[in-house]
Ligand binder design. Structure first.
Ligand code: PFF
Length: 464
């Protein structure tokens, strides 16, 4: 979205606000509203949340700054940009593998199951609109979710519908209508989240929800909790998968990258915390389990819409807006592969989008059937792994764990090593348009020392 084509075919964001909205649109999505609460719930709440916020600013922000700067400097696909800046800095062109890791092992693998959950959201729009949630109790909402899980072909249908929508928008060249839509719809999502928080305050167990989210119980910190918090921070900021290199490439020179990255990180974290504040008070008031996994949002919020005045309207609006937030993220997951296919193989946008989207759709089917026919099939059981991060190791769980807790931290580590040590510092400093010292020195210490050290320690301890 927000891309206008200038004379030479070089596309650029049409304004600073348009870029911020697009990047916030990529960052804010299911990761904040669906994934953050359930991962926080599986990892015991407060201490996890604190570590997550710490990682957003300590690791997420410097990595985000690096990706935007490298993307803008080189102006190519993520893979092409990494290669160009490496060669210009007198380093090996093989750094481009970092771009491949993000684009394919990160972006497409993530999109494959992201689209499945976005499909649930679409299905829930219809349920909300047709009054399914009117007067629904917590056990009934759980039963409704169980029905939804049980119907594999239906879930596959919605997954397909969502991927087609993503392909359609990316194929058309993301500009025009969507830019305007995002400009209005993202603030609306924010407002409706505020309404939900207000409602949760009024009818939920707000104090218990607040304490759960913000009173850290440090005895709950384990290596697994730390890596989950790191994975969530990177997932939520859309870093380490190529996306922000691609968005940086469309960014004009007069925009401050460090400030933009700060705004993106703050907005993204704010939305996640609001979602937590909307959901947990209801979880406790209705006797639901905070650690009930990926279905948490879908079994909690319908109960709120059931009793709220104007519940049909609010419920429908909420799921529509959540779907929009998911679309503005999913297009940014597909874009790196599409821009690469175009640049390297000369493919048109449509063909590239259909091929990349088709790959994500196919892998996503494995996740679809993880919730029904294959719910008790644990593909890694032969390695003794029938549980991962405390949940049954279905395809879905393995895919999410692999992307969030392995590929994203490894991607982040290599982005930090690349930006901090391989790329010429002067090139980055000029791109950031900062004087020596001050903020630039701060970014440099983070990216050269703090990020790599933290990422190595977390990866080694979290995976051993
Ligand atoms: N940040 C998105 C979310 O929180 O929903 C997910 C995402 C989008 C991750 C784009 C990575 C990405 F490149």
């Amino acid at each position: 979205m927000a891309i206008s084509t200038s004379g030479g075919g070089q596309e650029n964001w049409s304004s600073r606000a348009a870029f911020i909205f697009a990047a916030v649109g990529s960052a804010v999505g299911l990761g904040n509203i669906w994934r953050f609460p359930y991962i926080a719930g599986e990892n015991g709440g407060g201490a996890f949340v604190l570590i997550y916020i710490f990682f957003v600013f300590l690791i997420g922000w410097p990595v985000l700054v690096s990706e935007l700067a490298i993307g803008r400097y080189a102006g190519k696909s993520p893979i092409g940009s990494v290669e160009k800046i490496a060669v210009d800095s007198g380093k090996s062109a093989n750094w481009k593998w970092l771009g491949f890791l993000g684009t394919f092992a990160g972006g497409l693998a993530l999109l494959s199951y992201y689209s499945v959950i976005a499909g649930w959201v679409m299905a829930y729009v219809i349920k909300a609109l047709t009054g399914t949630f009117v007067g629904i109790t917590a056990p009934e909402a759980q039963a409704e979710l169980a029905n939804h899980y049980a119907n594999g072909p239906m879930m596959a249908f919605w997954h397909l519908a969502f991927i087609c929508l993503t392909i359609f928008i990316v194929g058309k060249g993301i500009k025009g209508g969507l830019e305007k839509a995002v400009l209005y719809l993202m603030p609306m999502l924010f407002v409706i989240l505020l309404v939900l928080v207000g409602y949760s305050m009024a009818v939920g167990n707000f104090q218990q929800g607040l304490a759960y989210l913000f009173a850290p119980d440090f005895s709950k910190i384990t290596a697994g909790v730390v890596i989950a918090a790191l994975g969530q921070a990177l997932f939520s900021l859309s870093v380490a998968v190529g996306t922000m290199f691609a968005y940086g490439a469309y960014l004009s020179k007069d925009i401050s990258i460090t400030k933009s990255a700060g705004i993106i990180a703050a907005a993204d974290t704010g939305v996640a915390l609001l979602a937590g504040l909307a959901i947990f008070p209801l979880v406790f008031a209705f006797g639901l389990q905070p650690n009930s996994g990926p279905g948490l949002l879908f079994e909690t919020l319908p109960v709120a819409f059931a009793q709220m005045p104007g519940g049909i309207l609010f419920g429908t609006l909420f799921f529509v807006l959540l779907g929009v937030a998911a679309i503005t993220s999913s297009i940014s997951l597909l874009e790196p592969a599409v821009s690469y296919f175009g640049e390297k193989l000369g493919m048109g946008r449509w063909v590239a989008a259909i091929i990349a989207g088709g790959i994500a759709f196919t892998i996503g089917l494995l996740s679809v059937f993880s919730f029904n026919d294959w719910a008790e099939f644990y593909p890694l059981a032969f390695l003794g792994l029938s549980e991962l991060a405390g949940s049954p190791a279905t395809f879905y769980q393995i895919n999410d764990f692999f992307v969030s807790n392995i590929v994203l931290p490894i991607g982040g580590l290599f982005v930090a090593l690349f930006a901090g040590w391989a790329v010429s510092s002067e090139t980055i400093r000029k791109e950031l348009d900062l004087p020596e010292g001050g903020l630039f020195a701060f970014w440099r210490v983070l990216i050269r020392f703090i990020c790599p050290a933290a990422l190595v320690v977390i990866l080694v301890s979290g995976l051993s």
